[in-house]
Structure formats: C-alpha cells, structure tokens
Design a protein around this ligand. Structure first.
Ligand SMILES: Cc1cc2nc3c(=O)[nH]c(=O)nc-3n(C[C@H](O)[C@H](O)[C@H](O)COP(=O)(O)OP(=O)(O)OC[C@H]3O[C@@H](n4cnc5c(N)ncnc54)[C@H](O)[C@@H]3O)c2cc1C
Length: 445
C-alpha cells in the first residue's frame, strides 16, 4: 500500500474542512497520506442553501479533492466508502463504488467523517423531508422547492394549490433560518412575475422548532433581531413546536404540549438534528471510546481516543469541551492533528494540547440581513451581512469559486436573478408526481 516510498502511512477519512486541513498540515511530512472520501468533492456546506435555492451552482460551492491537493506529492485520494475500522489490525475497511471491498492499512488514522442528518429515530421521515448535508441533498431540495411552484401552477383545485405553496421547515438553527429566508425571497422577488395562476408572494413558509427562539445558539439580542427579520420577510414562526409525523400531506405538530395539529404542506425540509455516521459508531465500539449525548467521539487534549494514540478524531464528529459543529472547529482540529503527527514523525517534542481559537459564528437571514457574533461583539442587519459576505468569500475553496460567487451574488442581488434553477425530472407518464417521486431517500453522500 505504501507505494510512495515511506515507512509510515496516515489515512484520513473524510475530505471536509477537517480532513482537508489535516491533509494540508501533512504536506511534506515523512509519510504517505491517503485521503478516503465517498465523494470526489470538498463541499463548502455553509453555502449549500444557496445551491438549493438557485443562487450558486454545485460547482461553485465545491472543489475536486484531487485538484485541491494536487501539489501534495506524498498524498493520494481514494474514492471509497468506509464502513468499519479493524482497530487491532489497523485497517480501514472500505467499499469501492460498485461494492468491491478493500482494506486500507494505516499507522495513523484521522477520523474526519463529519455527521449525518438525524431524524430522531424516525428515519422514515427522510422519504418526505430531505435534510441538508450534501450536494445531493441541496439538489434534491432545489428540485422540491422549484418543483412545488410548478405543481401549484398546474393544480386543479385551490386546496392543492395552497398545499404546494406551503413550505414546512423543521429546525430553526442557522440552516433552517437561511432556507426559510431564501424561500420567502424567491417567492417575493425572483419568481414574482413568472406565474399566471397564483401570486408567488402568497407562498407560506412555516418554521417549526422545539425551542423558544430561532438561532438559539446566538445571544438573546441577536435572536430577537433574527426573529424580527424573519417576521418582516413573512416567515411564520412556530416555536415550542415538536413535529411528530411527516408524510406526503405535510406535518403533524404538537405545540407547547397542546393537541396534535396537522399542517398541509407540499414541501417539508428537515434541518433539525445530527447523528454520527455508522463508521464512527463502529470505531467507538471497537475502541470503547466514550460518546457524548450527541454521539460525538470523546477525545483528549491531543485529539486522540484514550488508549489509542494512533487514532485522531477531528471536526464535527469530535467530542471535546462542548465545541460546536462549526467549520472553524473542523479546520483548526484537522490542522492540529496533521501537525501533531508530522512532529511525531519528525522526532520533534510532542505538540502542545489543542486550543481552540474562537473566531465567532454568523448566520444569513435575507438580503442585507445577517447576524454575527464573536465574543462580546454582536452585529446584525446590514453590517452583519457585509461581514458574512467577507467571511464566506475568504473561506470558499478555490480562487475561481470565489470570483464566481462574487459575480453571481452581484447579479442575484441587483437584478433578482437566480441562474441555477435547473434540476433533473423524471419523465411525466412514468410517475404521477414528477417533483416528489415516491420512494426517494435523500440521505447518504
Ligand atoms: C447546511 C449547513 C450550513 C452550515 N453553515 C455553517 C456556517 O455558516 N458556519 C460554520 O462555521 N459552519 C457551518 N456549518 C457547519 C460546517 O459546515 C461543519 O462544521 C463542517 O463542514 C464540518 O467539517 P467536517 O470535516 O468535520 O465534516 P464534513 O464537512 O461533513 O466532511 C465529512 C466528509 O467525510 C466524508 N465521509 C463521511 N462518511 C464517510 C464514509 N463512511 N466513507 C467515506 N467518506 C465519508 C463525506 O463525504 C465528507 O466529505 C454548516 C453545515 C451545514 C450542513
């Protein structure tokens, strides 16, 4: 396996922010690095919602891992899905596309596989309510959202038309808020002159969440600002609400302990929870690693599993001091792990314990409105939006993607044009509902 002439082999599972930064830190290290990912792309997840709502293309929010890492002569990329870890034998067990099994030996393993959407024990909801973690999810949502307007235009009955013009979103964290704002913007701006049988501005966006306020991880003042902005946009907030069922007709909701109520909705989108992917479950079982309530794998200050200095866990799947699932945590932890291993291989003294430098977080609400929080600094409205813009341009992977995003945002903001509205359909006649095919499962990468 170690065909690049080095004695030690580092395997990184996952080419998201954490895996990519680990790979970058290992550039030039005296080892061979294999980066395993079931996708060929590094995806910039914070802009998935813009891909889903027609602003940016999938190519603008992703970059081929091979291309990004082409200058790393000690690294090769492998497209495969990892399903288990043989801890005593130090092998990552994978399936190639097509299903052939392969075992990849390692001296060091960096687990950077991120987290998956969780339906809180109701995986059957995924059939009707796509989550948003991958490019495939974003394209599914794009089809559902734009498809719903098409279905409304041809609906025979007013009730059916109303159902297609109702969008139910579950989860009022940053992703739910961003999606809700974008769907209302689509309805009131981009699509406002395009339909003849209904006024797109009448589209309802219902946002359900069990908590008291949207964006609950932000400070109370920013939460209030976000709430006001969402209401101004026309998003209907249903806080203190628990979604107990999802089917093709909409959602069943219990609000503040009251009787269950049904909301008709042609489109249901799920952004409510996260869970560890199966390979992380397997690794935790095999190593006896502790987990927290969210299923994260607990690590020590050097980001390795207790008793297994050869296995690092970084990014969203890592459990350490309640650090949040943010891109910045993933980048810093990935970078640290790569460096720690590089130092060890070079015979240098052990790295200092991992310290997270909190650079804050941001959430986009609508055009000209975002909230940004960094320590005591709390900014909302237009200033927050400008900061949001700079952060996202700075961290988007690849020069071409940055330039492309700036130009596209300019057109979208000044002329209300969203160019990325294309989506594949099934042939009419083969299925009754071309925008919501029965049996479609959207989870998986
Ligand atoms: C919609 C959305 C919006 C977000 N917005 C923000 C934001 O505004 N600001 C912010 O800081 N953070 C945001 N985040 C969080 C941020 O994107 C994550 O914290 C970050 O992506 C985590 O990086 P990671 O490398 O740990 O995991 P990921 O980026 O999820 O990467 C994991 C990689 O592992 C691969 N993989 C997983 N399982 C396997 C397997 N079994 N076999 C092979 N490959 C596998 C996947 O294909 C993927 O490439 C957002 C996340 C989402 C989903």
């Amino acid at each position: 396996m170690n065909d690049l002439g080095s004695s030690k082999h580092v395997v990184i599972l996952g080419g998201g922010f954490a895996g990519l930064f680990a790979a970058r830190a290992l550039r030039g290290a005296p080892c061979t690095v294999t980066l395993v990912d079931s996708s060929t792309q590094h995806v910039f997840q914070p802009l998935l919602y813009q891909c889903a709502t027609g602003i940016l293309s999938e190519g603008q929010i992703s970059a081929p891992l091979r291309r990004v890492l082409r200058g790393h002569r000690n690294l090769h990329c492998l497209t495969a899905h990892a399903y288990d870890v043989d801890v005593p034998g130090r092998r990552l067990m994978c399936k190639r596309p097509g299903g052939t099994q392969m075992a990849i030996p390692y001296d060091y393993l960096i687990l950077a596989c991120g987290v998956e959407q969780s339906y809180f024990g109701h995986d059957e909801f995924a059939l009707h309510a796509p989550g948003m973690k991958t490019l495939a999810d974003a394209l599914t949502i794009r089809r559902r959202v734009f498809g719903a307007f098409e279905m409304a235009e041809s609906a025979a009955e007013p009730a059916e038309q109303r159902r297609w013009l109702t969008f139910a979103l579950v989860g009022a964290g940053p992703t739910g808020v961003e999606l809700a704002g974008q769907i209302r913007e689509l309805a009131t701006k981009t699509l406002r002159k395009e339909y003849r049988r209904f006024a797109p501005k009448d589209a309802r966006v219902l946002l359900f969440d069990g908590g008291k306020t949207p964006l609950a991880s932000f400070s109370p003042r920013l939460c209030r600002n976000a709430t006001d902005s969402l209401r101004d946009l026309g998003v209907e907030l249903h806080m203190g609400s628990r979604v107990t069922n999802v089917d093709e007709t909409g959602v069943m909701v219990t609000s503040n302990g009251g009787a269950p109520e049904h909301y008709d909705a042609g489109t249901v989108l799920w952004t409510a929870g996260v869970a560890a992917p199966p390979v992380a479950d397997q690794l935790a079982k095999a190593t006896g690693a502790e987990r927290d309530r969210g299923g994260h794998i607990m690590v020590g200050d050097d980001l390795t599993i207790a008793g297994h200095p050869e296995i690092s866990v970084v990014g969203d799947i890592m459990g350490l001091r309640d650090l949040p699932g943010l891109a910045e945590v993933a980048m810093q932890s990935g970078w640290y792990s790569g460096h720690r291993i590089k130092r060890e291989l070079a015979g240098q003294p052990p790295a200092k314990p991992f310290r997270y430098l909190d650079l804050g977080s941001a959430a986009y609400i609508s055009r000209g409105k975002a909230v940004v929080e960094a320590g005591p600094v709390k900014i909302s409205g237009m200033p927050g939006w400008v900061i949001w813009l700079f952060i996202h341009i700075a961290f988007l992977t690849g020069y071409r993607n940055r330039v492309g995003a700036i130009l596209t945002w300019w057109v979208a903001l000044t002329r209300d044009i969203r160019r990325e509205r294309a989506f594949p359909t099934r042939k009419v006649g083969l299925v009754t509902d071309i925008y919501n095919p029965p049996g479609e499962v959207t989870q998986g990468r």
